[in-house]
Design a protein around this ligand. Structure first.
Ligand code: FE2
Ligand code: FE2
Length: 203
């Protein structure tokens, strides 16, 4: 215990020796040195290639979600399910915004966003499932949202403090995926109640 405490004290001393910020001239020198790297400076602490790879998987996931929600939106129209169809459309648009944010960040990091339809569903974490009826559509969307929640949470844990901008973006997206999952779960619960009510009137 005592030894550990001593070690901690030594570490604190070392930290205090480091200047809080590199001096301005040094910051400017580093910023100019690799100007072609855009937003990525020498202070970038994450493994850039891995972050870009993860973001491209997230991009594929979002694009598959856009396609699935669009399909569900068009199929749900006109079958006494307008509120749900509208919800599908809203989700499709929000997934598209996520895809755009992610693609933008990939470019900022010096990577290239992969929009290729070849292998899109293989790169995506969530699946494109059409669903035979409204309940199946909602269930499949809920499954996809839960997968997205898990994979964004994992990415956030991986990035940790090493790339605060990507992390903040992912946290924003994660919060919205949680809202999506919650909306879908509410729809399923409402439909369940509705059916139970109808069953009682029948029997
Ligand atoms: Fe999304
Ligand atoms: Fe979502």
């Amino acid at each position: 215990m005592g030894k550990n405490k001593d070690k901690d004290k030594e570490k604190d001393k070392d930290r205090q020796k480091e200047p809080f910020l590199t001096d301005i001239a040094e910051l400017r020198r580093r910023a100019r040195k690799h100007m072609e790297e855009g937003a990525v400076t020498e202070g970038y602490r994450a493994d850039r290639d891995t972050v870009i790879k993860l973001l491209n998987e997230a991009l594929a996931t979002e694009l598959v979600c856009v396609l699935r929600y669009k399909r569900h939106y068009f199929m749900a129209q006109g079958i006494d399910s307008d509120p749900i169809a509208q919800e599908f459309l809203q989700h499709a648009n929000e997934e598209q915004q996520h895809a755009d944010q992610i693609a933008n960040r990939i470019v900022q990091l010096g990577g290239s966003p992969n929009f290729s339809p070849d292998g899109l569903s293989m790169r995506s974490h969530s699946e494109y499932v059409e669903g035979k009826n409204l309940v199946e559509m909602i269930q499949e969307d809920l499954v996809a949202e839960r997968i997205a929640i898990d994979s964004y949470s994992e990415m956030i844990r991986y990035i940790d403090e090493n790339d605060p901008t990507t992390r903040r973006m992912l946290e924003g997206i994660l919060a919205m995926e949680e809202e999506h999952a919650d909306d879908l779960a509410s729809f399923l619960a409402d439909m369940d109640k509705d059916w139970k009510r109808r069953d009682r009137t029948v029997s």
